[in-house]
Design a protein around this ligand. Structure first.
Ligand code: GAP
Length: 444
């Protein structure tokens, strides 16, 4: 058997539309550049990705959750450095009027327009990536608020609220999932870089001096997480930021990179943010944010180890990683099937119930099984088309198990369970079906 992995994103874009994972936003109006909608299967996949991350974080005794507002006091973004420094250098081509990022258009030390090839371009100007809007009825410079460009600041400004209300002692972390917005100059590559996206960020507050140890620990924890959700380990690597690549807040930074069809790209950042953010918020708000360490009778500003991953980007990695085309040849005839080999914890549909015919006796048992299994898992019922076609569809949406109800089921009170990856089939008594599925889904 020949196995082809995903070679280009376009194949995934088509599959996503065909099978209800991801659609172009506002498609009937011609679409809105770099905005995407998650369909029924995509939204379930995304929810499963978030749940996997949320559980991995908040089921630890030293991490709690938070859900902060998208709109924050404008001074937050002055303190964080985003008003001053969160910008890309933009230049305009004087020949064709194209506007582009200077740093992506350097050829032999010269800025060359990627559209027409001219070097007749303007001096660079800083373009701030934050989206602005106005709060209240009057639209003037005093009513400007920003759509948050990262979720992290909601965590920093709530450090004291969380620490005192939850009676947390250092070290402890705060985890948050939420939307962020960046007016990216060059968005693209499907859901890889968009202007509206979701982040899953965790800030781990530690005693200064222990930060390097925790930084190493979190690098390992995050690596293990990606293994747990089934990403291919050989497609993951860590890349360290050089001194000239470090963000303004970072003392040290590593990216978890994934090998997408567009090459190795950042999936997650693990950063040592030192006490940069808390000390900036202390300065700009005038409110003390120091932690009192009762055991040692010491006061200090904690250091922060941050893990930050884009949920959409992780969904893209999961989709790319899951895709495979299996090509078999028998008696000179080629056959192929597309399989989304999701880890069962992420698969949008866990079990499909497929009655062999639409006869009422089979429908009745199948509906009963569906109702019973739906109490535990997301289950799909399908009685259209041939059984072969229905298996292919379930393979393509990554359903780990299919339950087929046939005429023998009426007599032997058993059903056939077909496995996505091996295509093996087992005959299982209906009364043992639930336990069997529990076992199989756990064995992956
Ligand atoms: N709080 C730190 C922070 O926001 P970042 O490296 O700018 O760090 C973290 O972003 C993660 O968010 C990235 O690794 C990426 O997965 C995701 N991300 C950032 N910009 C994105 C965009 N425009 N579209 C999709 N995901 C994005």
């Amino acid at each position: 058997m020949e196995i082809k992995k995903l070679e280009d994103l376009q194949t995934l874009v088509s599959l996503s539309k065909r099978r209800g994972f991801v659609f172009q936003s506002s498609e009937i109006y011609g679409g809105l550049n770099s905005c995407w909608d998650y369909g029924p299967l995509g939204s379930q996949l995304k929810l499963n990705v978030k749940l996997a991350w949320w559980k991995a974080m908040t089921r630890r005794s030293d991490i709690v959750g938070l859900d902060a507002a998208i709109l924050m006091h404008p001074t937050v973004w002055k303190a964080s450095g985003h008003v001053e420094g969160f910008s890309d250098p933009l230049v305009d081509c004087k020949e064709c009027k194209n506007r582009f990022r200077q740093d992506t258009a350097m050829v032999d030390g010269k800025v060359i327009c990627p559209s027409c090839g001219s070097d007749n371009v303007t001096e660079p100007r800083d373009f701030n990536l934050m989206f602005e809007t106005h709060m209240g009825a009057i639209k003037d410079e005093n009513s400007v608020v920003y759509m948050r460009p990262e979720t992290a600041q909601g965590i920093f400004v709530n450090f004291e609220n969380v620490q005192t209300s939850m009676r947390k002692k250092l070290p402890f972390g705060i985890a948050q999932i939420g939307k962020s917005f960046r007016n990216e100059i060059t968005p693209g590559n499907f859901i890889f870089r968009t202007r509206e996206f979701e982040q899953m960020e965790m800030q781990f507050f530690v005693k200064p001096g222990t930060d390097e140890k925790w930084f190493d620990e979190w690098k390992q924890i995050r690596w293990d997480f990606y293994k747990t959700i089934g990403l291919t380990e050989s497609k993951l690597r860590y890349e360290e930021h050089g001194p000239d690549e470090l963000a303004h807040y970072a003392k040290a930074a590593f990216d978890v990179q994934y090998e997408f069809p567009i090459g190795w790209q950042e999936l997650e950042g693990v950063h040592n943010r030192s006490d940069f953010d808390l000390s900036q918020h202390q300065k700009f708000s005038g409110k003390k944010l120091e932690y009192f360490d009762e055991a040692n009778k010491e006061k200090y500003l904690p250091y922060v180890i941050e893990t930050a991953v884009g949920c959409d980007r992780l969904c893209l990695a999961v989709l790319c990683d899951a895709y495979r085309e299996e090509i078999t040849e028998k008696d000179g005839k080629k056959d192929s099937r597309i399989v989304m080999g999701f880890h069962p914890s992420l698969a949008p549909v866990k079990v499909a119930i497929l009655p062999l015919s639409k006869k009422p006796e089979l429908q009745e048992i199948s509906h009963k099984i569906r109702d019973d299994l739906s109490l535990e898992w997301n289950v799909e019922y399908d009685e259209t088309a041939s059984i072969g076609k229905r298996y292919r569809r379930q393979d393509e949406i990554g359903t780990p198990l299919c339950v087929t109800v046939d005429f023998d089921s009426l007599e032997d009170k058993a059903v056939t369970v077909r496995h996505r990856d091996s295509m093996n089939q087992d005959r299982i008594p209906m009364e043992q079906l639930k336990t069997y599925i529990f076992d199989k889904l756990q064995q992956f």
